[in-house]
Structures are given as C-alpha cells and as structure tokens.
Design a protein around this ligand. Structure first.
Ligand code: SF4
Ligand code: SF4
Length: 227
C-alpha cells in the first residue's frame, strides 16, 4: 500500500539494504501487538505469502477466505487479499487470545518487515525504518530497539530470488493500477482484476515445488493474456 508522506516525517532518514544493520529488533514484541490491530486493509498478501500460508497451514486462499482469516479488498483500484481485522477491536483474525500471532512461522511479508517499510525506485527497492509506529508508545518505545541485520529481521530464505520476486510483483501491481486508473471500460477493468486474482492467488500452488518457478510460469501466462 502506498503512503503519501515524506520519508523524513516517518523514518530516520536512512535507506537500508539486506546486509545493513538497522535498529528494528523489538525483542519478541514483549506483549505488544499494536501492528496486529486496527490495520484496516493494509496487511496485503502477495503470491509468496499465499504460497507460504498454504505450505504451513495446508489451506489455499479459497479456504482462508471461507474461514474469514483473509478478505478481498480494493487498494488503488486493484483487488488484493489482506489479513482480515475482526471485531470491535479490529484484531487480525490470526491473532490469538494471548495477543500472539497464531501463524508466526507463516506470517505475511508485511508482518515480517514491520517496523521496516520498502521504498521503490528505478526497478529496485530499499528499506526504511519507521520510527514512530512500533511499540505501544511509538517513538519512545523505538528508543529501546536493538540493531539487527535487515536480512535476519525479514527472516525469509533465498533472499536474492525473493528480492527479484518482490520487485517484479510490485511493478506488475503498479502497472495494473496505472491501467485501471486510465481504463474507461469497466468490463476490461473487471477482467484484468479477476485474471490477476485467478492466476496469482486463487489457483492453488504446489506446496512441494519451488515457489519462484511457479511464479515465473504464472507471470508468463499473465503476459500472454495481454495484461
Ligand atoms: S498475521 Fe500475525 S503478525 Fe501479521 S497482523 Fe496477523 S497476527 Fe499480526
Ligand atoms: S508494534 Fe512493534 S513491538 Fe509491537 S507487535 Fe508490532 S513489531 Fe512488535
């Protein structure tokens, strides 16, 4: 999800790469679950998140939608799945009664990043550190964080291929947003949205096969359909 704020307002002003040390380690969150509550539609799932959830829980997106763990929402004109925030407190549907993530090992990439964010430029991205949002007391709590290597914090294997995938996915979604914002044909907008959902999300992934190979195959199909 894009945010219309300046980096100076929300970060320490630095940009980070995988091998950099960043003051993001919140020591197991110590009873805080602030970023699992009231997040609206912002915990968006990418295809790798859906693959990882399927591997860990044995459930595809259709099943997670049926269980109301996940919902579909429109972000910048594009229909994408996100973790559902439920009830008056708007708690993530995967947050357990003790305020811990019930799917920690398979949690989405957005959750792995926090309090880091990504900034995209020239076909690539770097990370920035959000200084006012992590911990119950925002900036005060931020002072208690320790340094950790970005790659360790993100806790995702095969980071070179993952980085490549994240870039491709980001620019694919951005292109689609552009097309949909210019489209005056509602039927075409609907077709593109449904096609993307179908190809990248609704068709179950093969849990035992390499994700990135499957993504490339689906990407080729997406391009073949003139999207
Ligand atoms: S998936 Fe887990 S870490 Fe992410 S918002 Fe939900 S409870 Fe929090
Ligand atoms: S806001 Fe920060 S400390 Fe609190 S749960 Fe999220 S990552 Fe952990």
């Amino acid at each position: 999800m894009k945010r219309n704020v300046s980096l100076e307002e929300i970060s320490d002003g630095r940009l980070y790469r995988h091998n950099d040390m960043v003051k993001a380690d919140c020591h197991g969150c110590k009873g805080c679950h602030k970023c699992c509550v009231g997040m609206g539609h912002s915990v968006i799932l990418d295809p790798y998140d859906v693959f990882r959830l399927q591997q860990g829980l044995g459930k595809n997106l259709t099943q997670l939608l049926a269980e109301e763990k996940v919902e579909l929402s429109v972000t910048d004109g594009v229909i994408l799945p996100n973790m559902r925030m439920a009830g008056e407190e708007e708690r993530c549907a995967c947050l357990d009664g003790d305020g811990r993530c019930g799917i920690h090992a398979y949690r989405p990439g957005v959750c792995r990043l926090f309090p880091l964010g990504r900034i995209y430029e020239d076909g690539d991205f770097r990370y920035f550190l959000q200084t006012g949002e992590c911990g119950e007391n925002g900036r005060k709590a931020f002072q208690g964080r320790s340094k950790v290597k970005v790659s360790r914090w993100i806790d995702t294997p095969d980071q070179v291929r993952n980085h490549d995938f994240i870039c491709k996915w980001h620019y694919l979604v951005s292109d689609l947003e552009g097309k949909l914002s210019e489209a005056d044909d509602l039927e075409e907008s609907k077709r593109l949205n449904l096609l993307m959902l179908q190809i990248f999300y609704m068709e179950a992934y093969e849990s035992q096969r390499d994700f990135y190979e499957q993504f490339e195959e689906r990407l080729a199909r997406w391009m073949d359909k003139g999207a």
